[in-house]
Design a protein around this ligand. Sequence first.
Ligand code: NAI
Length: 434
Amino acid sequence: MNVVMIGAGYVGLVSGACFSEFGANVICVDVDPARIDRLSAGEMPIYEPGLKSLVQRNFDAGRLAFTTELADAVSAADLVFIAVGTPTRRGEGYADLGYVYQAAKDIAGHLSGYTVVVDKSTVPVGTAAEVKRIISEANPEADFDVASNPEFLREGAAISDFMRPDRVVLGVESERAEKSLRELYRPLNLIEAPIVVTDLESAELIKYAANAFLATKISFINEISQLCEAVGADVHSVAKGMGLDGRIGKKFLHAGPGYGGSCFPKDTLALVRTAQEHGVSSRIVEAVVEVNAAQKARMVKKIRGALDESLSGKRIAVLGLTFKPETDDMRDSPALTILPQLIDRGADIVAHDPQGIEEAKPLLPQQVSYSDDIYATIEGADAVVLMTEWNAYRGLHFDRVKTLMRGDVFVDLRNVYEPETMRALGFKYSCVGR
Ligand code: NAI
């Protein structure tokens, strides 16, 4: 099968590489020439474990190619996926569909023979219908169907998520489109991955509902963590005791600094806007968004409290900047909210991150300094704040940490360490909900 992937970002690149691994001929198209040049030279524009070798293998086998020119690729395609960004429209909360609609316009004139145009981007209900309208208007002769195939991969585990998904969701408007998509995903039949076939609108909503539900679990446990602190309970035990109930499940019950990343913040806001547009309430999701903002503010308070309320002249070593480990993605990372507030209060910040420093630099205040060595970051610090639970921070040599630090404050926003152990080591240790 010939597949075109419009957008070679986290989702487009991983999906394109995985489809080529399934045996399809895939051409990834991106408007960013620098990105395409790097990919064609075997360099990855993003950090994702396992991606480089997967791309290289399929590129060498001639099943995966990169270009900025979509005309020929689209003409030969059986399926064209749209995997471009759908960020929040600044200050409004609506999903910005400009890139999706531009991609639809770009491909319209080049469709040739029956083609399925598939939205892989996370898009509000009605977007596939609008993509259909745009293409039909631009090219009334085009023989095509639209489909919705939302993506559920997680950055940091993207390839295994794509190769072994909990489910594949296909929103289709015709049997022909379903057949084509099923054929593309056929290798997943071997592992009996469930395929949910539904209408376009339901497929579009499944993605938002799933992300909003996961965000709800996070905000829920974060709110409970605050109660744990107030009553002297341990959020680890509470989450474990809750999560062993099969109806609840253990995942996404880790208290922390609030969710971030390229999906939950924008997708929860977009779901609220969609509900508003249809005159329907979305009070739970609105509360989830509010609780998440409050949790980040609470983390600033926690850090201030640990340093006796005065941050002026205090040196804070920040371990981890990305919104989660194993990615270089800084989009909506809690660090982007928390660090500027610490700086405003006079703190002197040195930050370490195994992959995210280059991404972080343009997004954080210029006063932040960076180090690529964990112990150099910690040297002279009054406090260490563990922001992201990278494996590199799980086995710190505490004798060395203590000798290097000026102070003894350790704020663990990911509950990586045991409070008793840390206090026995002589740290003024605080964490979330324990
Ligand atoms: P991204 O920002 O990493 O990549 C988007 C790419 O599309 C960029 O390289 C950009 O240059 C390119 N692009 C924009 N307009 C184009 C056009 N007209 N033609 C060709 N290329 C174009 O975005 P990411 O993270 O891959 O997200 C894409 C979509 O997937 C979003 O809707 C997102 O919500 C969704 N998603 C993202 C996940 C993630 O973990 N990043 C997971 C699941 C869904």
